[in-house]
Design a protein around this ligand. Sequence first.
Ligand code: PGA
Length: 233
Amino acid sequence: MNIIKVKDPVAGGIAAFGIIKEAIAAGAKTLGLATGSTPETLYRAMVESDLDFSNITAFNLDEYVGLSKDNSQSYYYFMQEHLFKYKKFKQHFIENGLVGDLEAEAAAYEAKLQAHPIDVQILGIGLNGHIGFNEPKTSFASLTHVTNLTESTINANKRFFERVEDVPTKALTMGIKSIMRSKQIILLAYGAAKAPIIKKLLEGPVSEDVPASVLQKHPQVTVIIDEAAASLL
Ligand code: PGA
């Protein structure tokens, strides 16, 4: 894995944007996008650039079950607010967590992904090593699926909700195998709280207990971290 150390999240967003820009210049047509606080600076760099995304198809990693598009905590809403309100894309796909048949939604999403191979996938990382909402012990062979969120993830997310009961407990997520099919992957992490999981990602055994560790087996991964996230390496 390539490691790029940056001084802060703004520099990290600019570094990630540079890789995306190069990939698009080389013919990339499909981006995989992530939500969470980490990729915000990347989306700012994209919004502030004059790069044209109107020929680019975008997929999001995951979406909560039970939140509508206009709920300010839905990932659909997050993407509108941070990127799509400012930049026109050819098309954008995100799972729909409001449908009755979630299994059918997951299968349909996976089929769309397979029809549009991802050139560059952006990832954050959870404190427990999740990528997308692939929580520890998710099979490395997983495709897009419905998942129960772990206690650790629900706790990490509750800062965004008024009451802990409002935090969704289920999500739809691209699987580990869906993510690993991407031609290129950029994982972003900032801050001291992420230092222990970054050490496991880069130096630990490859294990389903740490979903992100699977990236050690991918041929083209760039990990962009600040000093604090790198402090245990
Ligand atoms: P964060 O979330 O960017 O808000 O830290 C990352 C993740 O859980 O994937």
